[in-house]
Write a protein that binds this ligand. Structure first.
Ligand code: GLU
Length: 505
């Protein structure tokens, strides 16, 4: 049987890094097994629908290079891949469940449900559910005579269809990561399967579509585990048990301190991104930062995500996507949650920057220089020279500006005090005569510049250590940067002399 997996997001907002990891594990599993990777958009909840979120999800997958084989955009043999466009498919299955006694019509109004929650609230049950204890007391096709049910349906009284969860049954599930899991059916409420607007809920749609789309393995976040018994029973009640996919509930991605699931708010609070790309909520216009805009390379982001909850069994941490396809195994996915570590994420990005060729890095760094200086206001050729000089100091793409701005513009001197403190006549004399020597130089390269510098030192009774830092600060503005003579070579003779004169007067 051909392996078929699916990523089934609801388009409700930004794509959390945990969502991208689910995509990645799906993708790796599909590729390793010669299978298909399907993107199915679960947009049946009209209240949570957010315009633009579907396109955003596709953009994120494109950025990460995790391209589905079948999707709403691409189509495929099981189209449509958007559940709202499959609305007509689900009601028949709901009817089938009613006919076999596994589901029922429920006519309760919002007020009825509120009243139920109030009336049956007890100290040991503060949030009573619509379940096997309660359903006998509510307005549904289990409590009303068949003629009344037919009449209500006929006269257009709004209803939902609920699953009839059995009492005191053990529902078993074999999870690829967690092994055998058992659930007590009595603890699960009678979930709504079909809503009053005729749309299925997630529970019905996910089962019907996984069946119709011939999904063989289903990876999803651990937060879906409580819903699993409902899904297992639906597979059984619909007569499809032998086709049920193998489940893998992926461990949560935890806050850096390990206390609970990593949320968007943690990112805002601690200053790191949680979404794959910038996301602007259309209603509030509030923008949440993404890894892409923070300056992560997609390959580094993907590699980092692979290691959040999986290990290769070796010391190796850097894996290309192809290597991951080869090495990934669901058996090595951890059961426990994985703590997110932003420093480690940056370490991955630093590693990838070092491994990326300079021409590609220049392309990637260009927008950040444009942002500072304006498009067309600087020389592209200069960036090609700067990239190899500063890349080892760069962790995120904006660092190419932070570490290399002084190549493009005369910097502000932030460390003037460090020069002035120990300034003396010899140093003044040294720079004055050295400028004259530099001016007369026919060739301009770092070796020549350094040689003239070294020759000039003893004439003024100085050692290299006395003037090298002041010279660096003159050129860079601070105490950082690549080799100072190389900087001088790249910025050119006139600019070098200008920057020295600016300090010595
Ligand atoms: N639509 C669900 C979500 O938004 C998918 C859960 C699943 O993969 O079964 O995450």
């Amino acid at each position: 049987m051909k392996v078929r997996v699916r990523f089934a997001p609801s388009p409700t907002g930004g794509l959390h890094l945990g969502g991208v990891r689910t995509v990645l594990y799906n993708y790796l599993f599909a590729r390793a097994n010669g299978g298909d990777f399907v993107l199915r958009v679960e947009d049946t909840d009209q209240n949570r629908f957010v315009a633009g979120a579907e396109q955003y999800i596709m953009d994120c997958l494109n950025w990460c290079g995790l391209i589905p084989d079948e999707s709403p955009e691409k189509g495929g043999p099981y189209a449509p891949y958007r559940q709202s466009e499959r609305k007509h498919l689900y009601a028949d299955y709901a009817e089938q469940l009613i006919a076999s006694g596994h589901a029922y019509y429920a006519f309760d109004t919002t007020e009825d449900l509120e009243k139920m929650r109030k009336d049956y609230r007890r100290d040991d049950n503060t949030n009573p559910q619509y379940d096997h204890n309660i359903r006998g007391l509510m307005l549904n096709s289990l409590t009303l005579p068949p003629e009344k049910v037919a009449e209500l349906v006929q006269n257009g009284t709004p209803y939902v269809v609920r699953i009839k969860m059995p009492a005191n049954e053990t529902v078993m599930l074999t999870d690829m990561i967690r092994g055998e899991i058992s659930f007590d059916s009595s603890l699960v409420d009678d979930k709504v399967l079909l809503k009053a607007d005729g749309m299925p809920t997630y529970h019905l749609a996910v089962v019907v579509d996984d069946y119709l789309m011939k999904i063989t393995h289903a990876f999803r976040g651990e937060e879906w585990l409580p819903s699993a018994p409902v899904h297992v029973l639906l597979w059984e009640y619909l007569g499809w048990k032998q086709h049920m996919p193998q489940w893998a509930h992926l461990p949560l991605i935890l806050k850096p301190d390990g206390n609970g699931k990593l949320s968007k708010r943690d990112g805002d609070r601690l200053g790191f991104p949680v979404f794959a790309m910038n996301w602007t909520a259309p209603r509030t216009s509030e923008t949440t930062k993404g890894f892409r805009e923070m300056g992560f390379l997609p390959e580094a982001f993907v590699n980092m995500l692979a290691m959040l909850g999986w290990n290769s069994g070796s010391e190796q941490e850097i894996f290309s996507l192809d290597e991951l396809v080869e090495r990934f195994s669901i058996e090595r996915v951890h059961k426990g949650g994985a703590k997110f570590d932003f420093e480690k994420a940056k370490w991955f990005n630093h590693q990838y920057i070092q491994r990326t060729d300079d021409a590609t890095l220049a392309e990637l760094a260009k927008p950040y220089i444009d942002m500072e200086l304006g498009i067309g206001n600087w020389e592209l050729g200069l960036l090609s020279k700067v990239v190899p000089l500063v890349k080892d100091r760069c962790t995120l793409l904006p660092d190419f500006w932070a570490q290399g701005h002084f190549f493009f513009t005369t910097p502000e001197i932030k460390e003037e005090a460090a020069i002035k403190e120990k300034w003396n006549d010899q140093k003044q004399q040294f720079f004055t005569s050295w400028i004259n020597i530099l001016t007369a130089q026919p060739t301009w390269d770092h070796a020549v510049i350094e040689a003239t510098f070294n020759e000039e030192l003893p004439k003024n009774g100085l050692k290299k250590g006395d003037v090298i830092l002041p010279f660096r600060i003159m050129l860079v503005g601070g105490k950082y940067g690549p080799g100072v003579f190389v900087i001088a070579e790249v910025i050119g003779k006139d600019e070098t002399i200008k920057r020295i004169k600016r300090v010595i007067g």
